[in-house]
Each structure stands twice: as structure tokens, then as C-alpha cells.
Design a protein around this ligand. Structure first.
Ligand code: NAD
Length: 275
């Protein structure tokens, strides 16, 4: 079985993004945070560090875990209207009572570098230019990087969230894959996932996908990031047993994750250069 790491691709995307960022006015990304969740705060700090590395300015706008939904929405609208800000991202989780999908409507689609505004998803579904969520884009970038053929092939996506599963299904359809989406109510998950030539797991349950869920030779992309007791991360794929069946598998960590951050920055550089 072949392992499909994301680090080399992420480095290539960052190098290209650095060149794009240097070609015009400095791109600026604003990340709105309203949580005390350590993993989320670690993630936004890692975005800021990666941004600095490619010449993109990054403002962390921390509203605190008690921020009212109105304040979050107003902040997103203010940043969207600021000509010096090119990309606007809202980190989840949000405070109780705040709807990410409602609030993301306040992000200008032209600055919606993590594809959170429902308008971006609608445009994606209609085949119109839009920024896809960086994670969904990262899955496609990895498949392309490793030259995985999609046209006419059976692709199964496990997970139907607005941030990963749904946009990814549209991106795969757009590439002429035959796409099936599974979710928490799918009966006999293994009977569906084992038909996949390309299988993407974006569920958030450690080791959910075992050898019985995977067709021999399938290309398997693991989006899941589940915390382990020792402070590490593990994916949705039971990699030990799946390795004996799959043709190729992305590692966790070091697969989809690094490409996601790199693409978020690429989207920001592109947003800064939109006519
Ligand atoms: P989510 O909780 O919003 O959605 C989970 C989806 O899984 C739902 O659509 C649900 O129907 C489905 N599901 C639940 N149980 C299932 C089951 N038994 N069988 C099939 N489907 C089932 O999660 P999300 O935000 O889409 O994230 C999914 C995973 O991807 C998480 O582990 C998250 O941490 C990870 N993630 C990783 C990155 C990255 O850059 N690597 C980015 C975003 C999310």
C-alpha cells in the first residue's frame, strides 16, 4: 500500500502562494475567534504562523468565548467591508446559540477564503467560481497531486457536513466522479463504502472505517482528526487493518491537514488579486 503524505504538496502550495503574495499588495487574512477551545486556538495560531511564512498578514480577532452572535456577525461584516482585509475566516466552535451558517452569511463571498458563506456552497454546487472550504479543496488537491483518476469512477464520501462532506461531493461531481454520500443514518455503511474506488472519510470518529469498509486497491483519504489520550491525533480510518486492503491511504497527522492550511493561504492570496 502507498502512503500519501500531504507535506510535500503543502510546501509546494506555500511556495507558489508566497510568490503570488509578493507579486501585489500584501494580502491580509482576518480570523475571527470566539472560543476557549484549546485545539481551535492552536489551529488559528498555526494559521497565523504559516501566513507569516508566506508573506501574508494575519489578524486574529479574538472576541472571547462569551461573544454574542450579533457581535460576531457585525465583526464579520466590518472585516468584509474593510478594503485592507482580503480574506475573512470564522473559526468554530462558536458560543452556544450562535449558528455558524447564519453568521457566515455576513462574510463577503469574494473574501470567503474558507468557503463558509452558504452562497459559496451554492455557487460551488452550480459550477460557478467560489472558494471551496479549504479542507474540501485539500482533498481534491491531494487526489490531483497523486494523479488519482476521478472521471467515471465510484467515489464515496462518508460525512455530509457543510464544511467538508457536501462541498467535497460537489467538487468530485464536478470532476465527473460517480458520487455517493454516506452519513450517520446510512444503513450498513460498509456495504456502501466498500463499493468505492475513491473513499473519503470525514466523520470525526476514530477508527470508524475498518478493513471491511474498504475495497481492495481503493484510494482512501482520511479527513478525520480525532484527539488521542496521549495528546496526539488519529483519523477516521483504522490505518493498521486498512493498510492491508487499500491501494493508497493518507496519514493522520500529515495528510489532509497541512494541505488545508496551505490552501487557505492560497485562497487569501487569490482573493487579494481578484479584479
Ligand atoms: P461534523 O461533525 O460536522 O460532521 C460529521 C458527519 O459525519 C455528519 O455529516 C454525520 O452525518 C456523519 N457521521 C456521523 N456518524 C457517522 C457514521 N457512523 N457513519 C457515517 N457517517 C457518520 O464534522 P466535520 O466538521 O465535517 O469534520 C469531520 C472530521 O474531519 C472531524 O474529525 C474533523 O476534526 C475533521 N476535520 C479535519 C480538517 C482538516 O483539515 N484535516 C478540517 C475540518 C474537519
Amino acid at each position: 500500500m502507498k502512503t500519501l503524505p500531504g507535506k510535500e504538496l503543502a510546501a509546494a502550495v506555500r511556495a507558489q502562494t508566497q510568490a503570488e503574495a509578493a507579486a501585489g499588495p500584501q494580502p491580509r487574512l482576518a480570523v475571527v475567534v470566539a472560543t476557549a477551545d484549546e485545539a481551535s486556538l492552536w489551529y488559528v495560531r498555526s494559521i497565523a504562523k504559516a501566513a507569516a511564512g508566506v508573506g501574508i498578514a494575519c489578524d486574529l480577532v479574538d472576541l472571547g468565548p462569551g461573544a454574542a452572535p450579533d457581535r460576531i456577525g457585525e465583526t464579520l461584516a466590518r472585516l468584509s467591508a474593510d478594503p485592507n482585509v482580503h480574506g475573512v475566516m470564522m473559526q468554530t466552535p462558536l458560543p452556544a446559540g450562535a449558528s455558524a451558517q447564519e453568521l457566515a452569511g455576513a462574510i463577503d463571498p469574494r473574501k470567503d477564503v474558507d468557503g463558509a458563506n452558504p452562497l459559496s456552497l451554492g455557487r460551488l454546487a452550480a459550477g460557478l467560481p467560489a472558494f471551496p472550504p479549504a479542507t474540501a479543496a485539500a482533498v481534491m488537491a491531494l487526489l490531483d497531486h497523486y494523479e488519482v483518476e476521478l472521471e467515471g469512477r465510484r467515489a464515496v464520501v462518508a460525512g455530509r457536513s457543510t464544511v467538508v462532506g457536501k462541498p467535497l461531493a460537489h467538487l468530485l461531481l464536478d470532476r465527473n466522479a460517480t458520487v455517493t454520500v454516506c452519513h450517520s443514518r446510512t444503513r450498513d455503511l460498509a456495504s456502501v463504502t466498500s463499493t468505492a474506488e475513491v473513499l473519503v472519510a470525514a466523520v470525526g470518529r476514530a477508527g470508524l472505517i475498518g478493513a471491511a469498509h474498504v475495497a481492495p486497491g481503493a484510494v482512501v483519504i482520511d479527513v478525520g482528526t480525532n484527539p488521542t489520550e496521549d495528546g496526539g491525533l488519529t483519523g477516521d480510518i483504522a490505518s493498521g487493518e486498512v493498510a492491508a486492503v487499500a491501494g493508497a491511504l493518507t496519514p493522520v497527522p500529515g495528510g489532509v491537514g497541512p494541505v488545508t492550511t496551505a490552501l487557505l493561504l492560497r485562497h487569501t492570496a487569490r482573493a487579494a488579486n481578484l479584479p
